[in-house]
Design a protein around this ligand. Structure first.
Ligand code: ADP
Length: 484
């Protein structure tokens, strides 16, 4: 992997703690594997709870000075970090594809997207405004200030190894917090490369700690039980989110949770079908179906069902599957379990009457590859209507009326992203308002941007990331009441 990089020093394998590149006290390490080929690409340190406790203590010590700096000073360092990310976009993308498998073009896109949070929150640092409120008595003056919450800690998944970290740590650092990031055990290299660049950008020692560990649950416990950690921010499954919330409860810790989705993607009979196909392709097959905002259930109104299925099938058949370094549009899935889930959803649906329209089988490229698949005749009693497939399988449900599809779309414990295609303006408003989701894409399949508040309702999460709202998650309000 180092040989592919124009700057091999971006390939860091030790933990970044207190401005130093550290081994685990135990000396333990673990292997990082490339999912496209199954070969070991790096061996990284494997920290335990005590190592991470040391990183948390270092973050606490460093945070006080960081918070006292002017917003402009923090902004300048974040801006320098953003510039370095963009200057090293290609190398960062190569590291990302190597450890995670997504096509190189998508990896480049993720680096740009990840960096955009650093740019945005560098700007936002200067716009943390308080309030003055007219007093409730003649002698009272009321002021509200916002202060950094202190040390924040993150646990992030493998599907966006760069952007899931920057969208949490950029607002935290802008607000004046120190940040301890535990990347997914599957993708620590992208996180560590961010550490290399943060150091070069002049971020003071201890403000960003990057702590790779193969033992997620031990580190999760340390984050929740260590009283120095004042904020936990997590992206991952709802199942793990529940565990972390329960663990954080005794400490009444402030938590942000970006959890699972079960996104409906609705095509109404007045939709532009060609545009709906473009949106569905991007929304379903990007990252091989492994994003929490991927369309999981595609509802098509009966009058356009067959026409949509045909156009969609044509686009899906043209998808090129392969190694992310070799021009593929779809890479391997992340693990054998991921492949198993796709197979399980297909088997369940077909046993209950769904038909395979395209694909449906493991791909002959290797054990982690799966054919992009479309099922037709899918109904609400099938597993895919309740669970996220997180893979390249698009199930087409048929519906008749607006009310019926809104009820079906909302019939889930999840509420992250929803999408629909329609032209009638009153329908657009009515449906957008009725969908119980944190994000609604209307005539578009791509909704992620640093300027919009990303997050879910129901069991898809707590809090928002990105936009001016994203920085609030890392601050506390203090209300000062003074008698004059
Ligand atoms: P995904 O399906 O995206 O892997 P997970 O919720 O399983 O979703 O994983 C998201 C992140 O949470 C990963 O970094 C993983 O290592 C971590 N994780 C998994 N189990 C736990 C746990 N019990 N406590 C803390 N973190 C965990």
């Amino acid at each position: 992997l180092a040989a592919r990089l124009s700057d091999p020093s971006l390939l860091a394998t030790k933990a970044y703690i207190n401005g130093e590149w550290a081994e685990a006290a135990s000396g333990n390490t673990y292997d990082v594997v490339n999912p496209a080929r199954g070969d070991v690409i790096a061996t990284v340190v494997d920290l335990d709870r005590a190592d991470v406790a040391r990183a948390i203590a270092g973050a606490e010590a460093a945070q006080k000075d960081w918070a006292k700096r002017t917003a402009k000073e923090r902004a300048n360092i974040l801006r320098a970090w953003f510039n370095l990310m963009m200057e090293n976009q290609e190398d960062l993308a190569i590291i990302l594809t190597a450890e995670m498998g997504k096509p190189l073009a998508e990896a480049r896109g993720e680096i740009g997207y990840g960096a955009s949070f650093v740019e945005f929150f560098a700007e936002e640092a200067k716009r943390i405004h308080g309030e003055t409120i007219p007093g409730h008595m003649p002698d009272k003056r009321i002021t509200v200030i916002k202060q950094p919450i202190g040390v924040a800690a993150s646990i992030t998944p493998w599907n966006f190894p760069n952007a899931m970290i920057t969208r949490k740590c950029a607002p935290a650092l802008a607000a004046g917090c120190a940040f301890v990031a535990r990347p997914s055990e599957l993708t620590p290299l992208s996180a560590l490369a961010l550490g290399v660049l943060a150091e070069r950008a002049g971020l003071p020692a201890g403000i960003l700690q990057i702590v790779p560990s193969n033992d997620a649950s031990a580190i999760g416990k340390e984050f929740c039980e260590n009283h120095t950690v004042r904020k936990l921010t997590f992206t991952g499954s709802t199942a793990v989110g529940r565990i972390l919330l329960a663990q954080a409860a005794p400490q009444v810790m402030k938590c942000s949770m970006e959890l699972g989705g079960n996104a409906p993607f609705i095509v109404f009979d007045d939709a532009d079908l060609d545009e709906a196909v473009v949106g569905a392709m991007a929304c379903k097959f990007r990252n091989n179906g492994q994003t929490c905002v991927c369309a999981n259930r595609i509802y098509v109104q009966s009058g356009v069902y067959d026409a949509f299925a045909e156009k969609f099938a044509e686009a899906v058949r043209a998808l090129k599957v392969g190694d992310g370094f070799e021009g593929a549009e779809m890479g391997p899935l992340i693990s054998e379990n991921a492949v198993k889930k796709v197979k399980d959803h297909i088997a369940d649906a077909t046993s209950k009457g769904a038909k395979i329209h395209v694909g449906g089988n493991p791909h002959d490229l290797g054990p982690l590859y799966f054919e992009p698949t479309i099922l037709t005749g899918v109904t609400q009693d099938m597993k895919v209507s309740q669970e996220e497939t997180f893979g390249p399988m698009a199930p087409l449900f048929k519906f008749e009326t607006e009310d019926e599809v809104i009820a079906m779309a909302n019939d889930t414990i999840f509420g992250l992203a929803a999408y629909f295609y329609a032209k009638d303006l009153s329908r657009v408003y009515k449906v957008a308002e009725a969908l119980e989701y944190g994000i609604v894409g209307i005539n578009t399949g791509i909704i992620s941007t640093e300027v919009g508040p990303f997050g879910g309702v129901k069991q898809s999460g707590l809090g928002r990331e990105g936009s001016t709202h994203g920085i609030e998650e890392y601050m506390e309000m203090k209300y000062m009441c003074m008698s004059v």
